[in-house]
Design a protein around this ligand. Structure first.
Ligand SMILES: [Fe+2]
Length: 494
């Protein structure tokens, strides 16, 4: 992105900027970037309170503040700045942008957002644009007004980019959906008629279509096979750069065409190509700029997801091998986990649980007895009834399971379910003795499935209970051992 810094501004007075962030490296990064420009006078504060102290002494043209800070949050600081009737522009930094947060901050008068990790060029661009916009607000000559109009277009550009970011970031964890979304967004952003995303296979030097999207029915599937287009694609791959081609240069390709690489860590994942602008127009620099913003963001997003998926599947493999190692000792545990998973999911479906909850429940059910890894064979495999000491050892397994999962931040919800799967509605369960709705909902579902399976399975020391008897036991346990609503839902299925 080309950044025009206001070196030749008429206003020789320095613009005062205050950077507020409790995390020193981020603060330093921003300060270093801004310090390169002599027209800025930059101050820093490590928290909201310090920032307000500085505000007592002088006014700032621009404040760049983190939202999440210990003590006074960025939002509180924004409120206090507005209470002071200050005209400072405020840019908020957040690691976790949500629509709610964005709307609240904009209503409170934030002018823009930066999402961590942010691009320093993006930061400088936003600082420049908002400071100039601000100084022009008071200007009244014709030149200034025309520049104001230009800035308005740039601001619209920024919100268009914000729209890109939000739209992609809301995507579920499914790469196919993301590719679909990227293609649809690309068409919308540049008024294109036809978009395709092709993944590049380095081994056979081939492009494989992932999404082919058109504004019209009857999509031309041969699009990817045209030799002329393949040459363009190869050029994009080789140069790792986007190209815009218009018909006077390559009449055999398309009236107008943009091809941009999708990169992950400097290697090419694929290509996004857009053909034909609506109303027989041709793509220009602005269109290219939008497509580059989109592909850059999309690449980052895909990289995160791929990374997330590989970490996630590694973790799941490790945990499943733990379960298998229990199975090597005790055949019952794995079979039991499989059945509990099946039953829990049926109950959850009956209760209209969300897709996300179903996934959590599935993972937690598979792993719910992982803590039994710490129970010695003499106790785990004991055919007769357990002594009090032995029972205490067994009772430890939800806590041990919770400990095993504790380092895995991705499985926070599942960890809680595992920890609480032996809690009882009346508070007489273990390990925490939680009662009623203090027990996580999904753990209450699993408790019903778990108990039902224990009752209806053959064990070395006792026969399985007949189905009717087990149902009776569940009904008897309503509001003592189990959540009534969950038992009712399960009995309905049975
Ligand atoms: Fe258990």
């Amino acid at each position: 992105m080309a950044i025009k810094m206001p070196t030749e501004e008429k206003h020789l007075e320095k613009k005062k900027i205050l950077v507020v962030d409790d995390y020193l490296p981020t603060r330093r990064l921003i300060l270093d970037a801004l310090d390169q420009y002599s027209q800025y006078e930059v101050h820093e504060a490590e928290n909201g309170e310090k920032a307000l102290e500085l505000f007592q002494k002088e006014n700032y043209d621009l404040v760049i503040s983190d939202i999440m800070m210990p003590g006074m949050s960025g939002m509180d600081l924004l409120n206090r700045i507005r209470e002071k009737n200050s005209s400072s522009s405020v840019i908020m930094i957040t690691g976790n942008p949500t629509v709610d947060l964005t709307v609240t901050a904009i209503k409170k008068g934030a002018v823009d957002f930066l999402t961590k990790p942010f691009d320093i060029d993006d930061l400088l661009y936003k600082v420049d644009i908002h400071l100039r916009e601000k100084s022009l607000l008071s200007a009244d000559n014709a030149e200034a007004i025309s520049e104001q109009a230009q800035l308005k277009t740039k601001s619209d550009d920024l919100s268009k980019q914000g729209y890109i970011f939000d739209s992609i970031d809301d995507s579920p964890l499914d790469n196919d959906v993301i590719f679909e979304k990227i293609a649809a967004l690309a068409l919308k952003l540049v008024d294109g008629e036809f978009c395709s995303i092709l993944l590049f296979d380095e081994q056979d030097n081939e492009f494989h279509p992932k999404v082919v999207k058109s504004e019209f029915a009857g999509v031309d599937q041969n699009y990817t096979t045209s030799p002329a287009l393949k040459m363009v694609f190869n050029e994009v791959i080789e140069r790792k750069e986007a190209v815009v081609i218009n018909d006077n240069e390559h009449p055999d390709l398309s009236p107008s065409l943009i091809c941009a690489p999708l990169m992950i860590r400097n290697s090419i994942l694929g290509i996004l190509s857009i053909r034909k602008k609506k109303n027989r127009q041709i793509f220009d620099k602005n269109d290219l700029h939008h497509i580059l913003s989109l592909t850059k963001r999309a690449s980052l997003n895909l990289e995160n997801k791929i990374l997330y998926e590989s970490i996630y599947s590694n973790i799941m493999d490790t945990l499943k091998s733990l379960i298998s190692s229990i199975q090597a000792r005790d055949n019952y545990t794995e079979e039991h986990s499989r059945r509990v998973t099946e039953t829990s999911l049926k109950i959850a479906a009956q209760l209209n649980c969300s897709k996300k909850d179903m996934e959590s429940l599935r993972i937690a059910s598979v792993l719910h007895d992982v803590g039994k890894i710490a129970v010695p064979d003499s106790v785990l495999l004991k055919p007769g009834s357990l002594t009090l000491e032995e029972f205490l050892i067994i009772k430890n397994h939800p806590t041990i399971g919770e400990n095993i999962l504790r380092p895995v931040i991705l499985l926070e919800a599942e960890r809680k379910i595992i920890q609480c799967h032996h809690e009882r509605w009346d508070g007489k369960g273990y390990p925490l003795g939680l009662a009623g709705t203090d027990i996580p909902y999904l753990a209450r579902i699993m408790a019903v499935a778990d108990s039902f399976d224990a009752m209806t399975s053959n064990r070395p020391y006792r026969q399985a209970m007949p189905l009717e008897k087990a149902i009776d036991e569940l009904i008897k346990g309503k509001n003592t051992q189990f959540d009534e609503e969950i038992v009712d839902a399960f009995v309905k299925i049975l």
